[in-house]
Ligand binder design. Structure first.
Ligand SMILES: *[C@@H]1O[C@H](CO)[C@@H](O)[C@H](O)[C@H]1NC(C)=O
Ligand SMILES: *[C@@H]1O[C@H](CO)[C@@H](O)[C@H](O)[C@H]1NC(C)=O
Ligand SMILES: *[C@@H]1O[C@H](CO)[C@@H](O)[C@H](O)[C@H]1NC(C)=O
Ligand SMILES: *[C@@H]1O[C@H](CO)[C@@H](O)[C@H](O)[C@H]1NC(C)=O
Ligand SMILES: *[C@@H]1O[C@H](CO)[C@@H](O)[C@H](O)[C@H]1NC(C)=O
Ligand SMILES: *[C@@H]1O[C@H](CO)[C@@H](O)[C@H](O)[C@H]1NC(C)=O
Ligand SMILES: *[C@@H]1O[C@H](CO)[C@@H](O)[C@H](O)[C@H]1NC(C)=O
Ligand SMILES: *[C@@H]1O[C@H](CO)[C@@H](O)[C@H](O)[C@H]1NC(C)=O
Ligand SMILES: *[C@@H]1O[C@H](CO)[C@@H](O)[C@H](O)[C@H]1NC(C)=O
Ligand SMILES: *[C@@H]1O[C@H](CO)[C@@H](O)[C@H](O)[C@H]1NC(C)=O
Ligand SMILES: *[C@@H]1O[C@H](CO)[C@@H](O)[C@H](O)[C@H]1NC(C)=O
Ligand SMILES: *[C@@H]1O[C@H](CO)[C@@H](O)[C@H](O)[C@H]1NC(C)=O
Length: 523
């Protein structure tokens, strides 16, 4: 997009529409979305993005935005001059916020209801976890029902260009073009509300051997196929999210096995709704891991790179992180489980799942449901999802993994450790600013005050995580300094109190507003 004129229009438009930010990102390759029903094999693959990160402005982007703001100096100045809302300074919601919803997509793209009716229904089936209760296994089925409208490629390219800075789809290599178009089509979908969803669950075939826990060490559930219909129709946004008790059908009881069991889940009526379910016993360690900038290279703090990495490039693993996870998966006890929790809106997450299943131990997922789209919900979604996992597994231990560029992580993870001291085993945070000089957005370590300083670690590279005895509660590698100030930290690069700091924050928001609004103007 041309940042200049567009951002001005965008700001005006956003004022009119009350839009905040939005925009979609990307993903990976030509194989978008399928959730393969297969075992977690650790095989290096590619990368992508997430949404709750601090968006750092590059100077040139900032200048572009400023120069586009000639007519709105007033509002610009008013933002700069006042105390900034915390989401400006503490990390801004990502570009995936407030994606257009079904009826907006349908009406703005001029898709008729009859054309839509003729298209196949598709289902995003987010890989579920299940807990063991006195009544048996209880599976949390969640996902979204939608249709992909038939939109011309030129229109898709216009929409995709909104997500690219200093380039456009036609200038990208063929594989990146395919990724960008695929992701854009995944975002501009028409959700299907009031739909009944039926699933079929069956034992997963064995997984090729060398057991990794949760992923790898999980064993195929025994017993037969069972069909279930969800108790509720989908929400107006096409979402479903419900715990459903399943029949024991030869499954091992949770109180009688130490293994995570896997089942294949198929959605009736479509080939798009496959997933693997993980039946997790009541005790053991669950890794809850964010994805962007911890498992894959996103650079979410740099809008230009973050967008291209998320939108066009194949996902790329972060350094040797797959071997660290693979090692945990192979060496920790059989009841170890991996849960991948990203706040990226669900429409954009098929590539995440595909990437994880090719690169990291298999596991269950959480993504941002569509009804969490206003700013407040945006900032609270991670905690909401984390608390749900904690409530579902009250006697398991958790190892929480992410990076310092997420402001919600920086408050939620230590808060959980304060609230559930017996459940949070370790908090492992990649200090992104330690290794990436372009990441100079401040991060806040205040929440860690009062926690056992051996229960969390800020680390630089995956190697810092080697040889930790996680099962025994060893979370801290003492060979390097932690530098935690229990305050807002900048690692010496950035003073928030300077005008530059404020500018940074507000520019970030304006930038995102511009992107979102531009997207709507393109429509
Ligand atoms: C991206 O992935 C696709 C499909 O797997 C592959 O054909 C392409 O070569 C990859 N691109 C790069 C730059 O690795
Ligand atoms: C994205 O690509 C995959 C694999 O080629 C395909 O199955 C999927 O339908 C595509 N999604 C969209 C929205 O075009
Ligand atoms: C496991 O739970 C089931 C039903 O809740 C119960 O019948 C069974 O005796 C329990 N097994 C053990 C070993 O406690
Ligand atoms: C999509 O639209 C194009 C152009 O209007 C048309 O040629 C094509 O048949 C349509 N495809 C489907 C699946 O409806
Ligand atoms: C969904 O199923 C319920 C229960 O069988 C039924 O009452 C309802 O009409 C169904 N809804 C649709 C849209 O078919
Ligand atoms: C489950 O549903 C599928 C598809 O509708 C059907 O073919 C199969 O017979 C059903 N199985 C059972 C056990 O009900
Ligand atoms: C699956 O869908 C087909 C139609 O697509 C329907 O006839 C069948 O009853 C459904 N099965 C279940 C178990 O809901
Ligand atoms: C989903 O599973 C069905 C049944 O095994 C299979 O035919 C289909 O190809 C799978 N879909 C995808 C996208 O892998
Ligand atoms: C882990 O599970 C595998 C596969 O069921 C089993 O062979 C192995 O003995 C189990 N290990 C432990 C320590 O229970
Ligand atoms: C299983 O999960 C549900 C939903 O979070 C929760 O209400 C219930 O207490 C859990 N049961 C056990 C035994 O942990
Ligand atoms: C703490 O600061 C020292 C000295 O600057 C540095 O070598 C180390 O990497 C820092 N630790 C982290 C976790 O960033
Ligand atoms: C600690 O970090 C260093 C440097 O990354 C690494 O060599 C070592 O294996 C890590 N683990 C322990 C327990 O020291």
């Amino acid at each position: 997009m041309a940042p200049t004129r567009t951002s001005q229009r965008a700001l005006l438009l956003s004022a009119t529409l009350g839009l905040v930010n939005a925009v979609a990102l990307p993903e990976r390759t030509p194989e978008p979305a399928r959730i393969e029903v297969r075992a977690p094999i650790v095989t290096p693959a590619a990368i992508r993005f997430d949404s709750r990160h601090s968006y750092l402005e590059k100077k040139d982007i900032l200048d572009n935005i400023k120069s586009g703001l000639a007519g709105v100096e007033q509002s610009w100045a008013s933002v700069l001059g006042s105390a900034l809302p915390s989401f400006f300074t503490e990390g801004v919601p990502g570009w995936f916020e407030n994606l257009p919803t079904g009826s907006q997509v349908q009406s703005s793209l001029g898709v008729s209801s009859s054309d839509l009716a003729a298209l196949p229904t598709q289902v995003l089936n987010v890989p579920p976890y299940a807990n063991w209760t006195e009544q048996g296994w209880n599976v949390r089925l969640h996902g979204n029902v939608y249709k992909i409208p038939n939109v011309s490629q030129s229109k898709i390219d216009d929409l995709a260009n909104v997500f690219l800075i200093d380039t456009s789809v036609d200038k990208l290599p063929a594989d990146e073009q395919a990724n960008a178009r695929n992701l854009t089509r995944s975002i501009f979908i028409v959700q299907q509300g009031d739909v009944n969803v039926s699933m079929s669950l069956e034992p997963a075939p064995s997984q090729g051997g060398d057991g990794e826990p949760g992923g790898g060490n999980s064993i195929p559930a025994t017993g037969g196929v069972q069909n279930i219909t969800l108790p509720y129709e989908t929400t107006p946004e096409g979402d479903f999210d419900v715990f459903v008790p399943i029949k024991s059908n030869g499954l091992l009881r949770g109180n009688e096995t130490n293994n995570v069991q896997r089942m294949n889940v198929y959605t009736n009526g479509t080939l798009t709704g496959n997933a693997t379910a993980f039946l997790v016993p009541p005790t053991g360690i669950t890794f809850i891991s964010d994805i962007d900038d911890i498992l894959r290279v996103t650079k979410i703090w740099d809008p230009k790179e973050g967008l291209i990495n998320s939108f066009a490039k194949n996902f790329t693993q972060w350094m040797n992180m797959p071997s660290i996870y693979g090692n945990w998966s192979r060496t920790l006890p059989n009841n170890t489980h991996f849960h991948y929790l990203t706040t990226t809106p669900e429409q954009a997450t098929r590539n995440y799942m595909d990437f994880i299943y090719k690169t990291y131990p298999g596991g269950s997922f959480d993504t941002r449901p569509l009804n969490f789209s206003d700013i407040k919900a945006t900032l609270s979604i991670r905690m909401f999802l984390l608390q749900k996992v904690f409530a579902t597994f009250p006697t398991r231990k958790f190892v929480l993994v992410a990076d310092t560029s997420n402001s919600d992580v920086m408050s939620d993870y230590p808060q959980l450790a304060h609230d559930f001291p017996n459940q949070v085993q370790c908090i492992l945070l990649r200090n992104t600013s330690a290794t990436d000089s372009s990441m100079w957005f401040p991060y806040n370590t205040e929440g860690f005050k009062g926690l056992n300083n051996k229960s969390y670690m800020f680390f630089r590279t995956p190697d810092d995580l080697t040889n930790l005895d996680i099962a025994a509660g060893q979370c801290l590698n003492t060979t390097f300094a932690q530098n935690v100030t229990f305050d807002r930290q900048t690692d010496g690069r950035f003073s928030l109190r300077s005008a530059g700091g404020k500018l940074q924050g507000s520019a970030t928001v304006s930038f995102i507003v511009a992107l979102v609004a531009a997207m709507f103007m393109t429509l």
